[in-house]
Design a protein around this ligand. Structure first.
Ligand SMILES: [Zn+2]
Length: 229
């Protein structure tokens, strides 16, 4: 299984090229896109023939995880290509604006949903953020979890128990209090689950956690980088 970081920043990109949240997972011949924040479509197009993309997961409906879905529709129309979108249902205007399109086949997920794509299995766990957010657990030849945006909660532990690698929203500075995990949480989880590789993402444009994570075994996510899982 391979994970490519298309964009790692939130809630907006970084001057000079940083994009907001978006990731590409490849398991065998199966591709799954995780979130589509601003700037991630062009990076996705540079990684793969978009007609091979059939499955897109949206963790939650904040703009930094969804905005490129809007322009992606123009490309899908040109290509006459339809994709499955996996996301929870929400009774909101933004949900309708985002997903009401003939090239989007929306599949609503919750904690009980299991989706099989070829040799890849997808499951979902509710997280804790300012809006509804689900983590996705992708089981193929290895198991990867992506938390979306969340602060620490008991289901984060379930993510770690199920996974070889956790791509986690855990890049805020020490002492941070808010709807994301900090590097304090990341270091604690790394100690609790020494066999699980953490990739710390959802980074702020004004704080790079790389130095503070040095020596912890936690990887600070790098854009345009592919990690073998
Ligand atoms: Zn968010």
């Amino acid at each position: 299984m391979e994970l490519t970081v298309l964009g790692k920043y939130g809630p907006y990109g970084k001057a000079g090229g940083g994009c907001s949240s978006g990731y590409l997972v490849k398991n065998g011949d199966d591709f799954i896109v995780l979130d589509m924040g601003c700037g991630t479509l062009s990076r996705l197009m540079s990684q793969v023939d978009v007609t091979k993309i059939k499955h897109i997961y949206i963790s939650h409906l904040h703009y930094d995880h969804t905005s490129d879905l809007l322009v992606f529709r123009y490309l899908l129309e040109e290509l006459n290509h339809t994709v499955n979108i996996y996301t929870h249902h929400e009774d909101s205007q933004w949900y309708n604006i985002l997903f009401d399109h003939p090239n989007f086949n929306v599949v609503n997920i919750d904690e009980d949903t299991v989706i099989n794509i070829g040799s890849t299995e997808l499951r979902f766990l509710p997280m804790k953020h300012t809006v509804t957010d689900y983590a996705i657990i992708i089981k193929g030849d290895k198991t990867l979890c992506y938390t979306g945006d969340t602060l620490f909660n008991d289901n984060v532990l379930r993510c770690f128990e199920a996974s070889d690698v956790v791509l986690a929203d855990c890049s805020k500075p020490r002492g941070f209090t808010g709807p994301h995990m900090s590097i304090d949480d990341a270091v604690r989880l790394a100690g609790q689950y020494p066999k699980v590789q953490i990739i710390a993402t959802h980074q702020s444009a004004d704080y790079d956690p790389k130095d503070d994570l040095a020596g912890t075994g936690i990887i600070s996510a790098e854009e345009k980088t592919t990690y073998t899982i």
